[in-house]
Design a protein around this ligand. Structure first.
Ligand code: FES
Length: 143
């Protein structure tokens, strides 16, 4: 079977889909490889991500990884959320086919973009904290 049960579960029943009306950080990123886009909304309270939602035009693997990623960062500090890698999300999903690894990067980058937006709104330069966004390691190495 190509996809694990976990991937199928998150694809058919994705968690945290939609928009957050009271988000204080919104990130939108595109996938350089397939052109799909993802929007991530976060609500931060005292340094903790108390709520998160996402919307994507990505494929099934993008939906599953975003769903898993939102579950993994909800209730975490910004610091911990920034440590979330697409690799950790793929592991939590018990793997993805190699051609779909680039899809998982969308979730990781969207989290970073949302955090960057959160800092920008506070007048803080997100660069040193969040780092480069859109630097898709998987995309440039998996071909
Ligand atoms: Fe674009 Fe999966 S093919 S996100």
């Amino acid at each position: 079977m190509l996809y694990s049960d976990k991937v199928m579960d998150h694809f058919t029943n994705p968690r945290n889909v939609g928009e957050l009306a009271d988000a204080n950080g919104i990130g939108e990123v595109g996938n350089a490889k397939c052109g799909d886009i993802m929007k991530m909304y976060i609500k931060v309270d005292k340094g903790v991500i108390t709520d998160v939602k996402f919307k994507t035009f990505g494929c099934g693997a993008a939906i599953a990884t975003s769903s898993m990623a939102t579950e993994m960062i909800k209730g975490k500090t910004i610091e911990d959320a920034l440590k979330l890698t697409n690799k950790a999300v793929v592991e939590a999903l018990e793997g993805l086919p190699p051609v779909k690894i680039h899809c998982s990067v969308l979730a990781e980058q969207a989290v970073r973009a949302a955090v960057a937006d959160y800092y920008k709104r506070l007048g803080i330069d997100p660069g040193p904290i969040v780092g480069e966004i859109g630097d898709c390691h998987a995309c440039s190495h998996d071909e």
